[in-house]
Ligand binder design. Structure first.
Ligand SMILES: Cc1cc2nc3c(=O)[nH]c(=O)nc-3n(C[C@H](O)[C@H](O)[C@H](O)COP(=O)(O)OP(=O)(O)OC[C@H]3O[C@@H](n4cnc5c(N)ncnc54)[C@H](O)[C@@H]3O)c2cc1C
Length: 186
């Protein structure tokens, strides 16, 4: 779940106040919530959107990421995180904890630790809600339903969620196979 610690699943992440961004943006009532921790493993705009969504509701946010800053290089390359961070500081209370990981979630609390430090550096942060942003899982149920009856192929995010260029490439190659064109390697 956490990129640098693949064998260590944080305790408590099945608790009901631990949310995906889908939960956060669509279904969850934030009445009475004053603190939230956003844990980001993806390094994309999703975390920025989650933080903004929470801060707009006057919720104090702590951002936790194993990365060295807010975002991976493809976001940094266009500096899209900088204006967002400036907005956050104007908007309300936010603390950034890069090079940190989530260790445990309890009701109202998230325990975090610097990625390069031992357990004596753990600290507890107020967290009425914890938003977990991890790599997505493919939605591939339709493929497994149809594959015994039809010559279906898994492409794009249904194969493995990535970026649009991978989906275009795999869709193109699948199209060539259907048409019977000479195969090309991706
Ligand atoms: C928040 C977010 C931000 C992103 N930002 C970027 C970005 O900046 N740059 C980038 O390159 N990529 C980005 N991506 C990734 C990119 O959107 C995907 O990699 C790409 O859309 C995958 O294309 P796809 O055709 O495989 O799947 P999709 O675009 O998901 O298309 C699948 C389609 O199939 C439909 N469908 C599913 N099940 C059924 C069914 N049973 N019957 C009929 N229709 C069905 C869905 O409704 C959907 O329209 C982002 C993704 C997310 C979630």
């Amino acid at each position: 779940m956490q990129v640098p610690f693949p064998g260590e699943r944080p305790e408590g992440i099945d608790l009901p106040h631990v949310l995906t961004t889908h939960d956060l943006f669509s279904t969850i009532d934030l009445e009475g919530v004053s603190t939230a921790v956003v844990v980001d493993m993806a390094g994309h705009y999703e975390a920025l959107a989650a933080i903004e969504f929470l801060m707009t509701r006057r919720i104090k946010v702590t951002f936790v990421s194993y990365m060295h800053n807010m975002a991976k290089p493809h976001i940094r390359s266009t500096w899209r995180d900088d204006p967002a961070v400036e907005r956050f500081y104007r908007k309300g209370e936010i603390e950034f904890l890069p090079q940190h990981r989530l260790v445990e979630v309890r009701p109202g609390i998230a325990v975090v630790q610097p990625t390069e430090a031992d357990a004596s550096h753990r600290r507890s942060i107020g967290a009425d809600r914890v938003v977990l942003i991890t790599q997505n899982k493919p939605l591939d149920g339709l493929y497994y339903e149809l594959r015994d009856e039809l010559p279906v192929q898994l492409v794009g995010d249904a194969n493995s969620p990535r970026d649009v260029q991978f989906a275009i490439t795999e869709g193109y190659l699948a199209g060539r196979r259907i048409r019977g064109d000479k195969p090309v390697s991706a």
